[in-house]
Design a protein around this ligand. Structure first.
Ligand code: FMN
Length: 182
């Protein structure tokens, strides 16, 4: 698929239906995520692909109320990292979140190309997630990526503003509001 088509196809939909996700799908997502640039090629990102039904149900308990829509997902990708895995500059700049974010961007675009919704969220209890998955202390759970198939049937748990976003991508700033060309 043409790059711009993939970028346009990627949307954070909240109306999801169940979909089969194969090991090969997961490997393709992982491979694409690994091609992201990172400081000194440190590759600080860590992912857990939670697809098994019982574990997925446990993960649903960690979601915030506003993210109840994510209970229709077929997989949750837990994204975690820690400062020590990447460049930490003397002047205070730490790059682990930046680099992990780039890797997630690659992964989400690949998911869009494969026909999945891959919706990142911040609304969850990170300590609960760490307990459920036995993630070592010292790591931060940076995001959960909710994966499913887009459903044309609006999820009944959605609020009015979320329903609007199902129909139309949230507005972006005007280009001149976030760039300067000198
Ligand atoms: C770091 C991050 C946290 C987000 N947290 C949530 C969330 O908790 N719940 C939710 O429904 N969407 C969440 N989103 C999705 C954004 O609302 C969405 O990306 C934005 O509105 C733009 O829409 P689009 O991705 O469809 O273009 C989050 C996105 C990012 C990148």
């Amino acid at each position: 698929m043409d790059f711009d088509n993939v970028v346009n196809k990627r949307r954070s939909f909240r109306s999801l239906e169940q979909v089969q996700i194969s090991d090969n799908d997961i490997l393709q997502l992982a491979k694409t995520s690994s091609l992201a640039p990172s400081c000194y090629n440190n590759q600080p990102w860590r992912y857990i692909f939670v697809r098994e039904r019982n574990k997925l149900n446990e993960m649903f308990d960690a979601l915030s109320e506003g993210n109840a829509w994510a209970k229709s997902s077929s997989m949750i990708i837990v994204v975690y990292s820690k400062k020590e895995l990447d460049c930490a500059m003397k002047d205070g700049r730490d790059y682990y979140k930046f680099d992990t974010g780039i890797s997630c961007g690659f992964l989400m675009l690949k998911a869009a190309e494969l026909g999945f919704v891959a919706h990142p969220i911040a609304g969850y209890d990170p300590e609960k997630v760490k307990r459920i998955l036995d993630i070592e202390s010292g790591f931060e759970v940076l995001t959960l990526i909710i994966v499913g198939k887009h459903s044309e049937v609006i999820n009944p748990v959605l609020k009015d503003y979320q329903i609007e976003f199902e129909k139309k991508r949230p507005e972006r700033k005007k280009i001149e509001d976030f760039i300067k060309i000198i």
